[in-house]
Design a protein around this ligand. Structure first.
Ligand code: FES
Length: 572
């Protein structure tokens, strides 16, 4: 509650006064119309207005429980003396949206930004879960820059299939390989469907949803310990209520996102990304969120931090355990405590305390899940940024989910012009490949996909699976689900559809991948590359109207975060 001595400052910080304290007709009508929702007269007696920005949707199963979470947030807001007004935005459900949710992340970010800015809100609570809903809300809130706090919906509980715990996505793909090679029958496959996603919440592994919600905590945008609480756990509701109370306090403190999400906070988030073995998608999303605040993140920022940060979280797809295990082991605060020396501890967070204060007492409860510094899962961070003549503006590989024997590899390319061609050919018995072949797929980037879909995890060819080969080098300008695994090079920039060198690779060309040296090269002379690039004709655009046209006209490349060029706040 606001003490009398602070009331003057508190009232000054309130945007909602512009709507509700205006003299004359407009003030009266705004109060009257809000009272039509059943609020009493004293609702305008100095109470701050807290928006609850809800990405609930029955089309987004991961966020389908967020209206219940919103009720807990409301209790907290009211207990702290505020008014809570819940509002919807578009939601992005990873499982359903075609061609990809990534096509609509920026649309949701615009919806969030303008919904906050246009309304009488003094602060906002952001309810997210499924992959893109977290970065979209952070991007929008960063641009609107009024006090904001995030409450993710939390991960699902693990499924169990014939005695084995299932991590959604990761184990689904492994079991699918068994099914399509005849080692799992129809009945067993149907049983997998019934138990792999058995509760509310987002995916159970360190996929993009778990990564981005964990990084929102590392950035300081959630209460400490919030991100990893499983969705069905009663503590999810308790922390939602506490977040509602904290939202009211944020106004008095004037703690808007730009004061929390500083360059140092992003460096903390990248450090935690590496320690968690988080999703490759986080590189794009963090770059986009930072860009909204005028902070330029580049490949070298990620790579330098990756080289000095051990991967400690033994969670699928890099490790063995699941998100609820990470929660029971201490969650993000315990991981951060283990790498305290690598963090900027004086960064401010939404509870008004510093990162250092928040993690000082966090303890690891299980060294098998959160490894010690002496026994890391991987000596370096989860991600490695690659450069070379095949990726002049960069590419990324999740080295912790790749095969050690392929980290230095030389092989001849087999090129798929697009995903349709790949799907049509990948399981043919006459596919001209062996275990050293490098699969190349193009036209899957921001403009070529369109929307840079998660198609980069090219399935292993059945011909090789039948020979017992379970991994090979795969390269594309696509993204990959954070739940996927394998020696998969992603985000090649510039993408092929805008004339990046990926467009000129021919079947039989030799490619060298050297992850320790961070290199990705096409073994052709500069002259030959130039000649082939000059002969290229750009593909026909996917859209000539509507939002799709806006997207194609303004989306930036992967290394710039795939935001729209007119939405970032970067100089130059
Ligand atoms: Fe929503 Fe996996 S489908 S997080």
């Amino acid at each position: 509650m606001v003490e009398d001595g602070h009331r003057e400052q508190f009232m000054k910080n309130r945007r909602s006064n512009e709507w509700f304290q205006t003299p004359g007709y407009h003030g009266m009508s705004r109060r009257a119309w809000l009272r039509s929702e059943g609020f009493p007269k004293d609702v305008f007696d100095g109470k701050p207005v807290i928006g609850i920005c809800n990405s609930w949707s029955e089309l987004t199963n991961c966020n389908a429980h967020l209206r219940e979470v919103a009720q807990a947030v409301k209790r907290g807001v009211i207990a702290a003396g505020g008014i809570a007004l819940e509002f919807p935005t578009i939601s992005l459900g990873e499982m359903f949206m075609q061609p990809t949710t990534m096509l609509f992340r920026n649309l949701m970010a615009m919806d969030v930004e303008e919904s906050i800015r246009a309304n009488p809100l003094d602060a906002v609570v952001l309810l997210c879960g499924c992959d893109k809903t977290t970065p979209a809300q952070l991007m929008g809130a960063a641009s609107a820059n009024i006090p904001a706090i995030m409450v993710p919906g939390g991960p699902m509980l693990a499924g169990t299939f014939r005695g084995e715990r299932l991590g959604s996505g990761t184990d689904g793909r492994k079991l699918f390989d068994l099914y399509r090679t005849g080692r799992l029958n129809e009945e067993e496959w149907s049983e997998v469907e019934s138990c792999i996603a058995r509760t509310s919440g987002h995916c159970t592994v360190m996929g993009t949803a778990s990564t981005m919600t964990s990084l929102s905590e590392a950035l300081g945008m959630t209460l400490p310990g919030c991100a990893n609480i499983p969705a069905p756990d009663s503590r999810r509701m308790a922390i939602a209520e506490l977040s509602g109370r904290a939202a009211v306090e944020l106004i008095e403190a004037g703690l808007a996102p730009a004061r929390i999400m500083t360059r140092q906070a992003f460096e903390n988030a990248i450090t935690v990304l590496m320690a968690l073995g988080g999703s490759t998608n986080a590189v794009i999303h963090l770059t986009a969120i930072a860009g909204r605040l005028g902070i330029r993140l580049e490949a070298r920022d990620f790579d330098q931090i990756s080289r000095r940060t051990p991967c400690l979280a033994n969670v699928k797809p890099s490790g063995e355990h699941l998100m609820e295990d990470l929660f029971h082991a201490g969650g993000v605060p315990a991981v951060m405590n283990r790498i305290t020396d690598l963090l900027h501890r004086d960064c401010m967070t939404v509870n008004g305390k510093t990162v250092g204060d928040n993690i000082a007492d966090a303890q690891v409860q299980n060294d098998a899940v959160i490894r010690t510094r002496q026994n890391p899962l991987f000596a370096e961070g989860g991600l490695a940024m690659l450069h070379g003549n095949l990726a002049p503006d960069g590419a990324v590989i999740k080295q912790t989910a790749a095969s050690p024997h392929l980290m230095r590899h030389r092989g001849r390319a087999l090129v798929f012009e697009n995903r349709d061609e790949m799907n049509a050919r990948i399981d043919r018995d006459d596919l001209p490949i062996d275990r050293d072949t490098v699969l190349v797929m193009r036209n899957c980037g921001p403009k070529g996909g369109p929307g840079m879909p998660e198609w980069g995890h090219i399935p292993m060819p059945r011909k090789l699976l039948n020979q017992g080969v379970t991994d090979m080098v795969r390269i594309s300008d696509a993204r990959m689900s954070g739940t996927s695994f394998g020696t998969v090079v992603l985000h090649v920039a510039p993408e092929s559809a805008v004339g990046g060198p990926l467009a000129i690779v021919q079947t039989g060309d030799e490619i060298v991948l050297d992850v320790p040296a961070r290199k990705l090269d096409l073994m052709l002379s500069g002259e030959e590359i130039e000649q082939r690039l000059r002969a290229l004709t750009p593909p026909k655009p996917h859209y000539d109207r509507g939002y799709g046209r806006l997207f194609l006209d303004h989306v930036t490349q992967a290394n710039a975060g795939c935001d729209f060029d007119f939405l970032h706040a970067l100089p130059g």
